[in-house]
Design a protein around this ligand. Sequence first.
Ligand code: MD3
Ligand code: FE
Length: 205
Amino acid sequence: AEIAPGAVHVPGWLDTAAQHRLLAACRAWARPPAGLRTVRMPSGGEMSVRTVCLGWHWFPYGYARTVVDGDGAPVKPFPAWLDDLARDAVRAAHGTGPGPDPYDIALINFYDAGARMGLHRDSDEKSPAPVVSLSLGDTCVFRFGNTRTRTRPWTDVELRSGDLFVFGGPSRLAYHGVPRTFPGTAPPHLGLRGRLNITLRVSGL
Ligand code: MD3
Ligand code: FE
């Protein structure tokens, strides 16, 4: 379903086996060095989600090759199979592939019960390539706003384990966030308490 120009939701895109493979990979990436961390904002506050990065390290606000605001370790590599997955995802959602630049950033967010993400725009990447979002575990409310203001109008969409969302074209710079999750709604077979969101991006760096 296209909820705005270039913003396409594909429920259940990852089958059970693909969800298990991606979750197992996330568990390995979450381990130190350069593993799961709590992001501290310039204001001093901490994000309630915890994050691990592949390829490039995201910090507020920019990208680096080492964990500049954590253990200082080199960022884990971005594997070629994630570029393949991102390209498949863009083709599935938009019907046509992304440009030639390889996907080279993964930001993996972990939501325990009560974690959320305020409305924001993702503008630290230099490429206009679509952002690919994959959800695992608990269902959440994903809030998709507009490109001009952090206020209404917005559209709330529930994202479930296995869902794909692709944000390209005019939607690439839209405000978005996650006002809540529904703890305990993850498919039991996954063995995941909480929610994981994997975004795949092109740095343009
Ligand atoms: C629309 N993550 O990592 S995924 C983020 O569920 C982020 O963890 C949320 O927002 C999460 O920056 C939302 C959906 C998403 C991700 C990136 C986007 C929507 C986007 C970039 C541009 C436009
Ligand atoms: Fe975002």
